[in-house]
Structures are given as C-alpha cells and as structure tokens.
Design a binder for this molecule. Structure first.
Ligand code: ASP
Length: 344
C-alpha cells in the first residue's frame, strides 16, 4: 500500500512537496530555484544535468543544515544563494548574463518576514555576492533599495570589497549574448521595432535567476533572490528580482516567495506579494494561491516564469509555466527533493 495519503501523492506529481511536521518539533524547511525557462531535455547532456542537480543539492543542504540546527531563516537563505551565486551554472553572481552592451548588471533582494524589513540592490557591477549587499542594506542602512554606484559606495563603507567588472565574464554567457544580438538584429531589421524583436527572443536567453525561501524553527519566514537579469537587456534596466513584492516577499504567518521569469510581468502583476495576499485575505493555501498567480493570471497576461514558496507550516509550492525550473526543497527531516522538469 502507498505509504503516503492520496493528497500527498497527488501533490508530489504536481512538483509540490508537503511535509507535515512531527508533533514534537516545529516545522522548518527550505526551497530554492535556479531559474525557469526553456530547459530542453534534449539539449542538456547527462553530465550537465548532473552538474545542475549536484549544485542544487549542495545549496539546499547548506540552507537545511542551518535550519536543522535551529538557525535563522535569513542565514539559510543567504547560505543557499551564495552557493548558487558562486557557480557559473546560474544567472547570478559568477554566471551572470550580459547586457546588450556587453557588461553585467546584477540585482538582488532579501526580506525578513519576522520584522518585515527588506534590503535590495540594483544594477551593481562590482559586487561578488549581491545578496550579501542586499542584506547589508537591510541591516545597516535606513533604506530598502540602493542602486548602481551608490550601492557600491555603500558596500565600501561597510568593508565589502569591490571586484573588477570582468569577474563575471564567462564564454557561455558571451555566446548567449552574441546569439541573442544576432536574433534581435535580424528581427529588428525585419520588424523595425526593437521592443517586438527583443521580446520575441527564445526564453533560453532570458532566465536563470536564483532564489531561496525558508522557514526556521522559530516560525520566521525569509526570502531572497539574486540575478544577472535578462540577456541583452538595455543597460540600466532593472527587473523584478530586487523589487520587494514582485520578485521577493516574506511575511511571518503567511508565506515566503522568490520568483524567476520575465521580470516586467512579475513587476506589473506584483507576483510574490499577490501570492501572499491571496493566502492572507482569501484563505487560499500556498499551492492554490501560487498556482492561480503563475498558471492562470500570468499565463493570461503572457508572462513566463515560476516561483518557489514556503508557508508557515513548511508546505512548499513550486509552480512554473515554462518547460522547466531548476529547483530543490528539503523540509523537516526529509531527504532533499531535486527537480528540473515537471516530472523529475
Ligand atoms: N526575473 C529576472 C529578471 O527579469 C530574470 C530571471 O528570472 O531569470 O531580471
């Protein structure tokens, strides 16, 4: 006989992990993502797939270890995101994509559901781990969001070193930029319309952001997101990832959300906060609320992407409306769950 009640089996098949806490211990858990998009099974070699799965597992385990020891959800979020930022596999930190002009502009944000404090940085070019600077903005400044040179100047005042802009150069992202530019140029000369041509790019070129959400044993929820943005974006463009309520949101007693996808839609539809609002005001559960926003509202609007969310009981939802989303979760004493596509 199936050892799980039917509802859990059904939710697993939706890419949802639900793990009720044992009676003795407060629930805790973490979910992470490494971006959503056209992740073609045919294009990913076995070795590449394994490399993604290994890195996701390392990151989710690092966050889970902190939580299992009674640590803070913010620390778990930071630890998991740092591992993904340091890996060239993901579009954040070391694997950041290029702007149209061949530079890197990084965005990140973090939110503490306990205090409703938040910190964000946008358009930074010399910060190795933008999530660390977002955390500093939250903890050490009077502001929520700092951008560009001002954010980097603030980093220096806090003793965070700047790194050369070419730290983030990688051959694979550069090839993606050249490819994207060739497509934009071809479409532009056909359509005479930069906007239409840039938005017609394959999703391949757009996504890959990283994020984490966590619930600690004290019931504190936290969320964070870090990204290089979208390949061939205009310089100065800021996406949803550093926008509190769009790419990142956390509120104790409700949920924590981190998003990945076509940022312009996530900003306009206020995706992360909308999911929490549906839970708070319409008494929807985390699975219903996030599914409505990602698979109904965004789909109707034409916005691609996905989110990870965890609620105050440790239930995790990971809906996406793209072919795949790199993701992992680990709740209570469970083993980690690592997934890329809908079914595995
Ligand atoms: N949401 C990010 C942005 O629009 C991109 C991504 O998720 O990969 O900047």
């Amino acid at each position: 006989m199936n050892k799980y009640p039917a509802i859990f089996t059904a939710l697993f098949s939706l890419g949802v992990a639900m793990s009720p806490a044992s009676a003795q211990e407060n629930p805790f858990g973490i979910a992470i993502h490494g971006g959503a998009g056209t992740i073609s099974k045919a294009k990913l070699t076995e070795e590449q797939e394994q490399a993604y799965r290994d890195k996701l597992e390392e990151a989710v385990n690092a966050g889970h270890k902190i939580l299992a020891k009674g640590g803070d959800s913010l620390d778990a979020v930071k630890a998991a995101i740092n591992i993904l930022e340091d890996s060239p596999l993901f579009n954040a930190g070391m694997g950041a994509v290029y702007t149209f002009d061949g530079t890197h502009e990084l965005d990140a944000s973090i939110m503490d559901g306990n205090t409703m404090n938040a910190g964000a940085v946008a358009g930074v070019k010399h910060i190795k781990n933008p999530i660390d600077l977002a955390l500093m903005v939250m903890n050490k400044s009077d502001h929520v969001m700092l951008s560009g040179v001002g954010a980097e100047e603030f980093a220096l005042t806090q003793g965070m070193p700047l790194v050369p802009a070419n730290t983030f150069d990688t051959d694979s992202r550069y090839r993606q930029l050249l490819d994207a530019k060739a497509k934009i140029n071809a479409a532009e000369s056909a359509a005479k319309d930069f906007h239409a041509s840039a938005t017609s790019l394959d999703l391949d070129y757009k996504f890959g952001t990283v994020g984490a959400v966590a619930l600690d044993k004290n019931g504190n929820l936290a969320a964070g997101t870090s990204t290089g943005g979208m390949t061939a974006k205009r310089f100065g463009r800021i996406g949803d990832s550093p926008v509190i309520g769009a790419g990142t949101y956390a509120e104790n007693g409700v949920c924590a959300v981190s998003a990945t996808g076509h940022g312009e839609y996530f900003i306009r539809y206020h995706v992360a906060a909308d999911i929490c609002a549906r839970m708070k005001y319409q008494q929807k559960n985390v699975i219903q609320a996030s599914d409505e926003v990602i698979n109904q509202r965004l789909v109707e609007a034409g916005g691609s992407g996905g989110i990870i969310a965890i609620d105050a009981q440790g239930n995790v939802a990971t809906p996406f409306n793209t072919e795949g989303m790199y993701r992992a979760s680990r709740v209570n004493k469970d083993e980690p769950l690592i997934m890329i596509w809908r079914d595995k």
